[in-house]
Design a protein around this ligand. Structure first.
Ligand code: NCD
Length: 303
């Protein structure tokens, strides 16, 4: 049985097939309106979410399927002391697919040992977020025409930002990708990520101004307040980078600005008017790519 826990659980070919399927769904959504008829997906979110949970739900409903949601854990038997393994055995007895977000790293992976149905990781702690990666890849492919031969700068909280960890991993499989990691010292990208990249293909800097004219994609992230041990440390770092129209003056005309959202302060709302800002397009791509993913996991053939 196939699960999606980290981006490379899908081969490059499978990833490309999902992106192409998403583009077909975007063109002719009606053809896919029944592919999950009679199927039931369980959304288990043990951490807050707006986009990921709603986009999964919207995706399944648009495919003709149904959704069960656990969003308030105080109402589940978890509070009576039930183990995650028993919860998963139970919920996978009722559903065809489980989507799980959890604050503790590797919980979705461990849950696969207890599940009778595929599990999709919707974010585990600071570890991975493979469906945001598919969203990001589709955004790049659809807007830029292809993926590869480009420089991407990740800016913000690169230590705890799981969307960064997953996207770097996925982009390493494409040709001639260069990476710039822009963060304060305290929020540097983890060593295990750097070790997976050839030294000639990345650099780490503190200042965005220093590199802004070199990059094709600016991927901004929120400082992940919930992962800090000390609120003082968070307060000290949270406004390190605030992207404003002024800071973008020297950027390439065809650079795109991405952000997985939610945004707090790191991109000024004035930037939303800049036609290089694609973070709200990303939101929509997220629903289509999840429609493609669910279809490839449990859907019937389109009509
Ligand atoms: C991200 C997440 O949850 O990791 N958001 C998302 O899923 N779209 C990023 C974040 O929370 O900052």
């Amino acid at each position: 049985m196939k699960h999606l826990i980290e981006p490379n659980d899908l081969s490059l070919l499978e990833t490309e097939e999902i992106l192409s399927l998403a583009q077909s769904i975007m063109k002719e959504p009606k053809d896919f309106a029944q592919v999950c008829r009679g199927k039931l997906m369980a959304n288990l979110f043990y951490e807050p979410s707006t986009r990921t949970r709603f986009s999964f739900e919207a995706a399944m409903l648009r495919l003709g399927g149904n959704v069960m949601n656990l969003s308030d854990i105080s109402t589940s038997s978890h509070t009576k002391g039930e183990t995650m393994g028993d919860t998963i055995k139970t919920i996978s007895s009722y559903s065809d697919l489980i989507v799980m977000r959890h604050p503790k790293e590797n919980t979705p992976k461990k849950s696969t040992n207890h599940s009778f149905v595929p599990i999709i990781n919707a974010g585990d702690g600071a570890n991975h977020h493979p469906t945001q990666t598919l969203t990001d890849l589709l955004t790049i492919k659809d807007i830029k025409g292809s993926i590869g031969n480009m420089t991407i700068a990740f800016c913000g909280d690169l230590l705890y930002g799981r969307t960064v960890h997953s996207l770097v991993k996925a982009l390493l499989r494409y040709e001639n990708m260069k990476f710039v990691f822009v963060s304060p010292e305290e929020l540097r990208v983890p060593d295990y990520i750097k070790e997976s990249i050839d030294k000639s293909l990345y650099k780490e800097v503190n200042s965005l101004e220093e590199v802004i004219d070199e990059i094709d994609i600016l991927y901004v992230t929120r400082v992940q307040k919930e992962r800090f041990d000390s609120i003082e440390e968070y307060e000290k770092l949270k406004d390190t980078y605030i992207i404003t129209p002024k800071k973008l003056e020297k950027a390439k005309k065809n650079m795109i600005i991405m952000h997985p959202l939610p945004r707090v302060n790191e991109i000024h709302t004035e930037v939303d008017q800049d036609n290089r800002a694609v973070y709200f397009d990303q939101v929509k791509y997220g629903m289509y790519v999840r429609m493609a993913l669910i279809t490839s996991f449990i859907g019937d053939s389109p009509c």
